[in-house]
Ligand binder design. Structure first.
Ligand code: 3PG
Length: 209
């Protein structure tokens, strides 16, 4: 991997989890996030426009570090690499995906919600994970407990994280960044309110420091 997960995790405290329905939104949304101080973007594979959105952002907004989210199998991993994704994030893990991630040109961040999954990923050499669904899987309490036996592992928790609780996660020694959709709300995207996105982003970044 040319981009090390530790470098990726250090690029910013908040990673927006983005759902692009209208391809025309991809570039202005990426620019709105950059204007607010965020350059790592996770475009989820939850819509038909996702792959093309990654491609457009990679080509037209080179200052951004655009990756793919909701990558659940090896085939999708290859597809997002072909689209120009700089990293891939999965809500979970399978052995097939973990193996494919080891051989891929871009870093894969597998998702875990249990110690056994963590150990399986570690067994293949992974050290950086998404913790998902963070709030439902015990939130900061769980992460604090995991830090005991696995102090070297770093997480990007996601799922139920918002303006109210994200700083509690960032305060943990094993949390490098958090992921969330609160800075890219559906209604702001639907109304193409890019100023709102920039405002939410700038606020989240400023309060994280
Ligand atoms: C993800 O895939 O990371 C989550 O769907 C994002 O969760 P959130 O919408 O609760 O931030």
């Amino acid at each position: 991997w040319q981009l090390q997960p530790s470098v990726l995790f250090a690029m910013g405290p908040v990673v927006p989890v983005i759902v692009i329905k209208d391809l025309d939104d991809a570039v202005p949304l990426a620019r709105a996030l950059l204007a607010g101080g965020i350059k790592v973007l996770e475009v989820t594979l939850r819509t038909p426009a996702a792959l093309e959105a990654i491609k457009l952002i990679a080509e037209q907004v080179p200052e951004a570090v655009v990756g793919a989210g909701t990558v659940t199998n090896a085939e999708q991993l290859q597809a997002v690499i072909a689209a120009g994704a700089k990293f891939a994030i999965s809500p979970g893990m399978t052995r097939e995906l973990l193996q494919a991630g080891k051989e891929a040109a871009i870093p894969l961040i597998p998702g875990i919600a249990s110690i056994s999954e963590l150990m399986e990923g570690m067994g293949l050499g992974y050290t950086h994970f998404k913790f998902f669904p963070a709030e439902a899987a015990g939130g900061t309490k769980t992460l604090k407990s995991i830090y005991g036996p696995f102090a070297d592992i770093r997480f990007c928790p996601t799922g139920g994280i918002n303006e109210q609780n994200y700083r509690e996660y960032l305060a943990l020694p094993n949390v490098s960044c958090v992921g969330g959709s609160w800075i890219v709300p559906d209604n702001a995207i639907a109304s193409k309110d890019w100023h709102k996105v920039t405002e939410l982003t700038a606020k989240a970044v400023a309060a994280a420091l």
